[in-house]
Ligand binder design. Structure first.
Ligand code: 5AD
Ligand code: SF4
Length: 470
């Protein structure tokens, strides 16, 4: 695709900023500050997108609330990755009929990955008539224009066409706190894993220009952000569409030159595009955390082929063995799907065997959920849910033992952690993260919030470490 078509022109983005000002004027005409509520479902990419939506809302003069009854504008930023995620959103949407009854001027918007699914948009059109605006992830940049249409036409607006996907630079943003920030480095996915809806709803892969990313990260570092996470559906294929071509390791190397006391993380990665060069770059860098989230999905070669994941178990092991060789302190996590159509018990147990062999620090585990429109949804799936649940429980129990064992190895050590959260638990009022991303519950003073501190680990369990400041 021609880059000129991919990157939105400054005139187009400028037009959106003008719409924000027009809406701001409308709001001012009402004589009170409008309140907006943005609810986010799903992955980190959605969290990052919501920060831009909030940025646009703030430019329109809105303040924010968590109370749906008081909100003038409600935005649900949704996820389509599994059926369960969609059901939750419909539950929430249903509840909003009551808030709208009390406040008929309330504007309800549905965006994100679900909104880009034609069946969902249709269902909302016919059965959720209190929803005013529906737009998919490809149309997020024109939220101001779409909302302006809702205001001025007094009709419902749907922007869910299958667009090829763009890159919008310079969208306003409201970041949460001053410690952690997310930076999208690319959008979309070209991999078409056979179970996955993402390529259908987020369009083709497109990378932001390297200088734009470097400038954004520099600004965040200068502002004192301590953890900056680079986001993409598949960060390892960053730059394939750039001219001159740079790869993800090149980007990390550039970012590593920046000054400041901050850690760089990234997610997600596809094993097919992960390279030794990337691991060498991570190992040699100052800023890049020795943390790798490398979804394997299955430990069985036949299932990997059926999933359209172009690597095998041996290649996966080769990759992580190398990564661990150059980074002995690497924290490794993964995603696994159990019960892919046609998977047998023996095949599921091959995955459990791989988990035993690799000893991941943690896993994100899922039972296969058919997504309409994907090839896997049409495959024969004879195994009953209860059977899959048993395999899934075996996998989880296996991983829980491993996580507990690996966590116990931290006890007695002193680690540099970023203290970044408060808890409701009086015994451990603070929380933090190790450089590898492990959660630590902490005893200590609130003045450490937002700072790196040396933490002595005193205890651990399956899910977390416990410690005190030294
Ligand atoms: N069913 C179950 N899990 C899925 N994932 C993606 N699509 C599906 C699906 N249809 C999981 C994969 C992916 C993670 C984000 O969600 O493991 O890596
Ligand atoms: Fe989905 Fe596969 Fe792309 Fe990840 S790499 S978003 S699992 S299609």
């Amino acid at each position: 695709m021609d880059r000129k078509q991919v990157i939105l022109s400054p005139e187009e983005t400028g037009r959106q900023r003008e719409y924000e000002q027009k809406i701001r004027a409308l709001h001012q005409g009402r004589g009170r500050t409008p309140l907006a509520l943005v609810d986010t479902f799903g992955c980190q990419q959605n969290v990052a997108d919501s920060q831009h939506i909030m940025g646009m809302l703030r430019a329109m003069g809105c303040e924010f609330t968590r109370d749906a009854d008081r909100a003038d504008i409600i935005v649900l930023n949704t996820c389509a990755i599994r059926d369960h995620a969609e059901k939750r959103v419909f539950g929430n949407l249903g509840a909003l009929t009551h808030t709208k009854k009390k406040n008929p001027d309330q504007i309800i918007c549905l965006c994100g990955c679900m909104a880009q699914r034609p069946e969902i948009a249709e269902k909302v059109r016919t059965s959720y008539r209190h929803v005013d605006l529906v737009f998919g992830p490809q149309a997020m940049w024109k939220f101001p224009e779409l909302l302006y249409r809702v205001y001025t036409r007094r009709g419902r607006v749907f922007s869910v066409e299958d667009e090829s996907g763009t890159i919008a630079e310079g969208m306003p943003i409201v970041r949460e706190g001053h410690t952690r920030a997310w930076v999208s480095i690319m959008y979309g996915c070209n991999n078409f894993c056979s179970y996955c809806i993402v390529p259908y709803v987020r369009g083709r892969e497109r990378s932001r220009d390297m200088d734009k990313i470097v400038a954004e990260v520099r600004e965040l570092a200068d502002q004192g952000f301590k953890e900056i996470t680079l986001l993409g559906q598949n960060v390892n294929s960053y730059g394939k569409d750039l001219e001159p071509r740079h790869d993800f390791a090149d980007l990390l190397r550039e970012l590593d030159k920046l000054d400041g006391d901050f850690l760089l993380r990234f997610m997600s990665s596809q094993p097919k595009d992960a390279s030794f060069k990337l691991f060498d770059t991570m190992a040699q860098s100052r800023h890049v955390a020795h943390q790798l989230h490398l979804p394997v999905q299955s430990g069985c070669d036949r299932v990997l082929r059926a999933m359209n994941r172009p690597y095998d178990r041996a290649r996966y092991l080769e990759l992580i063995n190398y990564a661990r060789k150059v980074m002995p302190d690497l924290v490794l996590t993964s995603d696994i799907i159990i019960g892919f159509p046609g998977e047998t018990e023996a095949e599921a147990m091959e995955t459990v065997g791989l988990v035993r062999q690799v000893e991941f620090d943690a896993l994100f585990t899922f039972i296969f959920s058919p997504r309409p429109g994907t090839p896997a949804a049409k495959m024969d799936d004879p195994v009953p849910r209860a059977e899959k649940q048993k395999w899934f429980d075996t996998l989880c129990a296996t991983q829980n033992d491993i996580s507990a064992r690996l966590h116990a190895r931290y006890v007695g050590k002193t680690l540099r952690c970023l203290v970044d959260g408060e808890t409701d638990d009086a015994r451990w009022p603070l929380s933090g993260r190790t450089a590898g991303g492990r959660l630590v519950h902490l005893v200590g003073d609130k003045s450490a919030l937002g700072q790196y501190r040396d933490i002595k680990i005193t205890d651990s369990n399956t899910w977390a470490l416990f410690g005190e400041m030294v």
